[in-house]
Design a protein around this ligand. Structure first.
Ligand code: AHR
Length: 516
């Protein structure tokens, strides 16, 4: 069956799906909330599996079309996402990475075998992607750099030298070395992370010990005032707020953010996480229910920050989030996983939570950008496929730097299966930089469409237009053989009289501009 025929069939099936009674969304544009920092849509690129090598970097001599080694197809697709920020080189990899291995002529760089504390072995045969190559990618994407330094196996001197190498503007031996290596001007390091997961792979530390180490490291990270990176402390994992508490008390004025990592594991059990594809509805709802826990997690950490940092100088940086499934037996590389419609809903539900907490959550980076965990893009040698998560990020581009608008959902549906019940509709609204009012909607119910009546105070809405992402099956996904199986479709609705009603299909993500 052709792709067109199967899409028509899928839409026909969706049109005949039962529709629940109206949910109402009231938006008051006269009461704007915080600006949604574009860095909430940041990405994480780690030297792990084929996340960097092959996924993005193929080297200048490759037959795969590239620009100075970076794949043209992948970079082109990422540009469409307006990627604001890239965190690099890890992750756990950051704490085994020695930056001097990645500078100078490529044929003279050493090869490394890195084993991190989680037992993941990374063979970096050529160290081809180092500091200069990373900033080349950043420049091509028009993104900011979030460089993560090595506390675990590094030293204060090594980290201090790296920051000096990247940021000093002349005179110093390290600035001269940078110039010899082809870069006269300093690089712009917008953010610098001091270690990663110090409670685990970064060194198995206690928060008090790390707070002291952080102060020591940060003290020696000299950089000219105008190019000094903003420093980020590596915090705890999940709901444990101990690290946030200790670090926000101890590191006042020494950090602009404390990171936290929170992954969505369908079963909630790290030993048997759940399947990537072919899962039952029970794992659909548990995945979404576990994702929605992000809201409580943010509230818990923010409550601690509000207590210790009432001036709101410290942000909560969720610099690893996304789905983590059981690795397939024949996975092509470490942490490579397929990505389905379910992942798009996970992304969208997280976006709504981040928007709601925009005041305290100025940055998140999804794990990860290409070929690792909840990726935007999957590659297989010269082939590339865009995932449903890619499309979610693309649809939400207008929310970058938009002003959030509070909304009220009345008569919301609920979706229940077994012992689990979650809200049927999740929504988020914002006034974007283009002046338009955008509304994002998620229908978590995999079987029932829902009518949503939309009211904007003081305005008679004319209609809505945008994109919807849905499919006939919960695990719809794109493959190298069928790369267009799931992608967003155009959507529009006209108001009848003074009423605007939007029919959101079952299991869908929708973003529309409201016509005021
Ligand atoms: O994203 C994969 C790994 O998960 C990262 O390296 C680490 O920080 C986390 O445990």
């Amino acid at each position: 069956m052709s792709v067109v025929k199967s899409s028509v069939l899928a839409l026909a099936m969706l049109a005949t799906a039962p529709v629940f009674a109206a949910v109402t969304i009231d938006i008051d544009p006269a009461k704007p909330g915080a600006v949604i920092n574009k860095n909430v849509y940041g990405q994480f690129a780690e030297h792990l599996g084929t996340g960097v090598y092959e996924g993005m970097w193929v080297g200048p001599k490759s037959n795969i079309p590239n620009t100075r080694g970076w794949r043209n197809d992948v970079v082109g697709a990422l540009k469409e996402l307006h990627v604001p920020l890239v965190r690099w080189p890890g992750g756990c990899f950051a704490d085994v990475y020695h930056w001097r291995d990645g500078i100078g002529p490529q044929d003279k760089r050493p090869s490394n075998v890195h084993t991190n504390a989680d037992g993941v072995v990374e063979i970096d045969a050529i160290n081809a992607v180092g500091t200069h190559e990373f900033f080349d990618l950043i420049d091509m994407l028009g993104a900011d750099a979030y460089v993560n330094g090595n506390v675990g196996t590094g030293s204060v001197q090594e980290m201090s030298d790296w920051v000096e190498y990247m940021t000093s503007d002349g005179g110093s031996p390290l600035a001269r070395l940078r110039a010899q290596n082809g870069r006269e001007k300093p690089f712009k390091v917008a953010y610098f992370g001091i270690g990663n997961e110090l409670w685990g792979c970064g060194g198995n530390m206690k928060p008090e010990y790390y707070a002291n180490l952080y102060s020591n490291y940060e003290h020696f990270l000299w950089a000219p005032e105008k190019s000094r990176p903003k420093m980020i402390a590596s915090g705890g994992s999940g709901f444990d707020t101990t690290w946030t508490d200790v670090l926000s008390k101890e590191l006042k004025d020494r950090t602009i953010g404390i990171s936290v990592h929170q992954y969505t594991v369908p079963t909630g059990n790290w030993d048997i996480k759940g399947k990537t594809l072919g899962f039952k509805e029970g794992e659909w709802i548990s995945t979404l229910a576990n994702t929605l826990k992000m809201d409580q997690l943010v509230k818990d950490h923010v409550a601690v920050l509000d207590k210790n940092d009432p001036e709101k100088k410290i942000g909560l940086m969720i610099d690893e989030w996304g789905t983590w499934y059981d690795e397939e037996k024949d996975a092509k590389s470490a942490l490579f996983q397929q990505n389905s419609l379910r992942d798009a809903l996970v992304a969208a539900l997280n976006f709504h939570i981040f928007h709601e907490h925009a005041e305290r959550v100025p940055m998140t980076t999804i794990a990860q950008m290409v070929n690792v965990l909840q990726a935007m893009i999957l590659t297989d040698k010269e082939k590339m496929v865009l995932t449903p998560t890619y499309y979610a990020f693309q649809m939400y581009v207008p929310f970058q730097d938009a002003t959030s608008l509070p909304l009220a959902i009345k008569d919301n549906t609920s979706y229940t299966l077994g012992a689990l019940t979650i809200p049927g509709v999740s929504a988020s609204a914002a006034r974007a930089k283009d002046g338009k009012l955008y509304l994002a909607l998620v229908n978590t119910d995999p079987s029932n469409a829902v009518d949503v009546a939309v009211n904007v105070a003081g305005t008679e809405l004319q209609g809505a237009a945008g994109k919807v992402l849905t499919a006939a099956t919960m695990d719809a996904h794109n493959t190298f053989q069928n790369p267009q199986a799931i992608k967003p479709a155009a959507f529009s609705a006209r108001a009848a009289g003074d009423k605007l009603s939007i029919k959101v299909p079952a299991k869908a993500v929708m973003v529309v501009a409201l016509e005021e």
